[in-house]
Design a protein around this ligand. Structure first.
Ligand SMILES: [Zn+2]
Length: 91
């Protein structure tokens, strides 16, 4: 039995492996600021905080939840934002 396997056994005994599995799944704590979206805006899941004005331009007024002028968005929403703002610059 190699070192890694032995280490894993120890961790299982202390319940650490279970904990890691929980952290690896896709459940976050911060929900995406876009109301129509069910994604997670946690940083470790790729979430970002973007300007309220930009969100307003893309998703429309009242379709998001802002705090202090910023909207926390999930990774897919951030992708949309990046795409939209990039398009704007090309005009
Ligand atoms: Zn989202």
């Amino acid at each position: 039995m190699g070192f890694k396997a032995r280490e894993r056994k120890h961790k299982e005994a202390r319940g650490e492996v279970d904990d890691k599995n929980k952290r690896a799944d896709k459940t976050g704590e911060l929900s995406c600021g876009i109301k129509a979206c069910n994604g997670w805006a946690d940083k470790r899941l790729g979430g970002r905080s973007i300007s309220k004005n930009d969100v307003q331009d893309i998703w429309g007024d009242g379709s998001f939840i802002a705090s202090k002028g910023r909207v926390k968005v999930c990774k897919p929403c951030y992708r949309i934002y990046k795409k939209e703002t990039k398009d704007d610059k090309e005009y």
